[in-house]
Design a protein around this ligand. Structure first.
Ligand SMILES: [Zn+2]
Ligand SMILES: [Zn+2]
Length: 126
């Protein structure tokens, strides 16, 4: 019997798959960013701050429907925002969870406590 664990080839392959996916996403982001910067004037859509080659890295491409996979070539889902306004935009989005469709009151549920058992288990060691 050996105590040494062999390198898991599946894990190595998974690492490569993840790296490939990340690279593909970065390439795609570069793609739509370049397109958006070509399509629109370099001005923040919220605070109207103007940008040039020197600070254009602070100008971000926002997806109006918050779906980064929806990139119509006419740019209808893009909006150029400075990093500050972009942050704001996403915070506002997060502060409005869901749509008010008249669903039941969402009272904080205290019936499900997934860590209760764990706490009990940990206590046993005392
Ligand atoms: Zn701005
Ligand atoms: Zn955004």
């Amino acid at each position: 019997m050996t105590t040494r664990k062999p390198v898991n080839p599946d894990l190595a392959r998974l690492d490569r798959v993840v790296a490939d996916a990340r690279r593909a996403r970065e390439e795609r982001e570069q793609g739509y960013r370049a397109q958006a910067l070509k399509l629109y004037p370099w001005i923040c859509g919220r605070c109207a701050r103007e940008f040039d080659q020197g600070n254009v890295q602070e100008l971000t491409v926002h997806h109006k429907d918050h779906n980064h996979d929806y990139n119509p070539p006419d740019g209808s889902n893009w909006e150029l925002l400075c990093v500050y306004c972009h942050d704001n935009e996403h915070q506002r989005y997060l502060e409005q969870p869901g749509t008010p469709t008249g669903s039941a009151d969402r009272a904080p549920s205290a019936t499900h406590t997934p860590f209760a058992d764990l706490a009990a288990l940990l206590k046993r060691d005392d």
